[in-house]
Ligand binder design. Sequence first.
Ligand code: ATP
Ligand code: MG
Length: 698
Amino acid sequence: MGSMGRARGFFVLVLVVFWLLLLRKSGKFPQLFLRKMKKKGQNKMSDNKKREVTSSDEAPRSNFIRAMIDEDLKTGKYDGRVVTRFPPEPNGYLHIGHTKAIALSFGLAEHYGGVCHLRFDDTNPASEDVEYVESIKHDIKWLGFDWHDKLFYTSDYFERLYDFAVELIEKDLAYVDSLNEEEIREYRGSVKEHGRPSPYRGRTIEENLTLFKAMKDGEYEDGEHVLRAKIDLASPNMKMRDPLLYRIRKGHSHYRRGTEWCIYPMYDFAHCLSDAIEGITHSLCTLEFENNREIYDWLLANVELAITPPPEQTEFARLSISYFVMSKRKLLQLVTEKHVMGWDDPRMPTVAGMRRRGYTPESLRDFAELVGVAKANSVVEYEMLEYSVRNDLNFRVPRVMCVLDPLKVVIENFPEGEVEDLDASYYPHDIPKEGSRSVPFSREIYIERDDFMEEPSKGFRRLVPGGEVRLRHAYVVKCTDVIKNDVDEIVELRCTYDPETKGKAPEGRKVKGAIHWVSAEHGVPVEVRVYDRLFSHAAPDSTDNFLEHLNPDSLHINKSAVLEPSVINDPAGSRYQFERLGYYCSDIVDSSPEHLVFNRTVALRDSWSKKQEAKPKEAKAEVASSSPSKKSKERPQKKSRAEIREKLRSDNPELMARFERYQKELGLTREEADVLTGDREVAAFFEAALATHDAPRS
Ligand code: ATP
Ligand code: MG
């Protein structure tokens, strides 16, 4: 090794050691390592068996929620019961963020021998639908979880919830307010000032009871009255300033209750009480409900409950993934405005989309486990999801050959009309799974156009004029002639094959490259859909108009690909690795034996990062800005933080616009505006804060 080589080797070693230390520190080291070891030993098992091993037997990583449950079990708080729930609102399809919540609540119940309820939180008749109920049930089952007989609907509790509201009114802990929405907000005050009592706060119990009943009986229109809890208008927690409990929603038919009800409970009221009705012990939700916990506890402390102690709410970090939007409202918009083919478009972050794309339930569960459970929000890199998918598919799917961009090759010394059936193993030897198929070899085959170079660049190890290459599972061929059309394009190659080279190295010479191929006569035409990210912005959710960042090249349809014939009659949804290309899955909606359609699930390697590397420095700033202090070779001089913030703004017109607006409209100083717009996460946080507190300076 020369000194350059030694230096490079040392550098790689240092990197590896550093990476291992990081993994150890983050607690991921043993899990990643164990997962790999386990997978190695189980490949002869069927897919189903494998699922049981990877997902159930593998002890979930410890986290603060598990520590809390362990403690509750130790102290006997709930008499050893662990009852969790997953409470989706049936107003959209499940997305990968929900998968995290599902894996957590169902996973904990599984782990502790408890049960997880599936409860549809269906308290808004305007947006909910039975289509969503069915899709959610289907997705949860597909992910491999089971609610057994614990399927519930908040809408089944409407009568009991109404009684709880009456109980609160009777205790003078709730009142009918007749201010409108705008006035209620105004009266609620701000972080700096206390709220003022509504002029209707002093209504008598009798008056409230009569009015509330009249609301229920449909005597008032939407917005005329609401029911509010009487808590504390001076509470530092704005949520505790007399939260809304009920509102009137007339003119909508609820998908389960029809027009029986025209008042509907608010989340804060319905959720904790539904938990209590069902005897939930641990109610896990995302961090944005942290401030709602006080209402949760207050309500449960102020009504007569059949169970004690009451359930307890615990928050965990929401899953966000770079380049994804994860709000159901935005996903619905993508569907209704036809930016995608539907909820199950393979580019969507929905469970249905990922299933159609070829992701496995195991890979999504592995991903949830890899992400872990934290108390602080963060953004997970998209590559981590792809890693989980690739890692799972690698050990599971058979390899077959498909040529995406065919170039015809005529093997001149192979007899015309003859066909040789070659035995080709489905798995490489480092995957101890067995099985093979027969692949027809004939005089005319297709190879990938870019596996041939007339004037090869340095290091090109595939086919070149006069050179040799191995055809996978077949023979070594030598290129003898290149045939071109009038416009100098290569239309065909002439080759000879060496009959002595089937399954063994040619004598006396080295052939380095091996390429995939398909018999021209036997290959079947397939449509191949290749997906890129739906958004070209790393954080589309943080921008003013996420639709502006739709990636116009997120779908590429290839209608000229040719696939080996062995797969024709496999059921739709079958997954394969197309050798040397990536993982593919036949489309469960559009594929049929007459017209095969394949989705690329994930490329073999992460081509995206490489593409980013190749981009000019300015284009990379968007991505790099999330870790501005990272040292890089391209940045010989360390920039000051102020310079980094300025650079980020100059690359991002939206941040720049905010920088101006914060000074001009919100009256912030230049320094304040600078800090608030020099980091995307801080900027997003500030915008979110502005949305709830109209006091930018504070
Ligand atoms: P959205 O904000 O997209 O409308 P949501 O939270 O209103 O989503 P629900 O159907 O109410 O959607 O969610 C059901 C459960 O899933 C909730 O307990 C919620 O906390 C959890 N959940 C939703 N999104 C995520 C996410 N990105 N990461 C983790 N859990 C999530
Ligand atoms: Mg919700």
